[in-house]
Design a protein around this ligand. Structure first.
Ligand SMILES: [Mg+2]
Length: 344
């Protein structure tokens, strides 16, 4: 429970050690794999035997990756953890322990920071991940970096490099919703508020496709996987580069939500732009050998509650990476997804 006296306190007034003492209690866990969490110079974690560790990190910077006008501290905490869990899911791994480094403006309210931690903790624990340490520094902007360790049964990690020519390309869920949600936040309008609200929710509250990643790795159903953080076109290029192959993507097969369709129709926008380069969908893109397709379609959606769609196939590198339009044209698919170093 938050202390009402804390409402006016800022991180500058209680200091780093005061804050660590506050959150230490709330982050205590009975998980037996964590031998020591916050309190030692480093956390001690006992990996499960027969497993390999995966290790990922993601950083979000105020003004660059998020805007406090649009997102609450709880939502940002949950999203920060979700994007790291999504990377674990893309490897077919279970998230286990995380450390969190923060840059915090000194006038930032302690109560908001506690709510931010609640969001991270809640999202992490719903997928089995615990926060076991971190660091805080003073900063002009709010900066958060999560580093997350996951575990996967030895030899079963999904990688970007394993696809073979002829494999079918699948995606989970629907694409482009998050990018359109960000568009709706930046361009408020009375036009089609229900569709906009659904898309905004998809942007602010992404759900990692953890159960799909686990089903694919444990049953060895996929040859390669990647999560869609920067837009479909970029991720297809990453997977093709690592697998040294090309790909054919069929426009008519791309999964589009009713909300994206309605929002784009009422705002004169092209849904394909959001699907190919919107970013932050956190769906999975994965490749399946022809022999495993029926097993994937029969088992994975039913067991995980996540719809899947086959959107194309892997081809030899000489054929390039192409989008086959509804009219049957073959257009080069450029990796024009979200580029973190370009000007927005
Ligand atoms: Mg990723």
């Amino acid at each position: 429970m938050k202390d009402p006296k804390d409402i006016k306190k800022t991180i500058g007034s209680i200091g780093e050690f005061g804050f660590i003492e506050k959150i230490r209690q709330s982050l205590k866990t009975k998980d037996k794999s964590i031998l020591s969490g916050i309190g030692d110079d480093a956390a001690i974690f006992k990996p499960t035997s027969g497993h390999e560790l995966v290790f990922t990190t993601d950083m979000l910077v105020e003004g660059r990756h998020f805007d406090w006008k649009f997102i609450t501290p709880w939502q940002l905490g949950a999203k920060t953890m979700a994007v790291n869990i999504s990377d674990c899911a893309a490897m077919g791994a279970k998230p286990t322990v995380a450390v969190v480094s923060l840059g915090i403006p000194k006038n930032y309210p302690v109560a908001n920071l506690e709510t931010f931690y609640d969001g991270m903790k809640s999202m992490g624990e719903s997928f089995g991940a615990h926060i076991v340490g971190g660091d805080t520094v003073g900063s002009d902007q709010f900066v958060v970096n999560v580093a997350l360790i996951g575990e996967v049964e030895s030899g079963k990690a999904l990688r970007r490099s394993g696809a073979k020519a002829g494999d079918a390309i699948f995606v989970t869920g629907t694409l482009g919703d998050s990018g359109a949600g960000l568009h709706a936040l930046k361009h408020p309008s009375e036009n089609n508020p229900d569709a906009a609200a659904t898309l905004v929710k998809r942007h602010l509250n992404p759900t990692p496709r953890f159960t799909v990643g686990r089903a694919l790795s444990t049953k060895r159903l996929a040859t390669a996987a990647i999560d869609i953080s920067d837009g479909l076109s970029s991720e297809v290029h990453h997977l093709c580069d690592e697998s040294k192959l090309g790909a054919e993507i069929h426009e008519e097969a791309l999964p589009i939500s009713p909300s994206l369709k309605a929002y784009c129709a009422s705002h004169g926008l092209d849904p394909l732009e959001f699907i190919l380069s919107g970013g932050e969908d956190y769906e999975l893109l994965f490749t399946v050998p022809l022999t495993h397709i029926s097993q994937v379609l029969q088992k994975v959606p039913g067991e995980t509650g996540t719809p899947l769609k086959s959107i194309g196939r892997m081809v030899p590198a000489v054929k390039g990476i192409v989008l086959i339009t509804r009219k049957g044209e073959r257009l080069p698919l450029k990796a024009k997804g979200f580029d973190h170093f370009s000007k927005k």
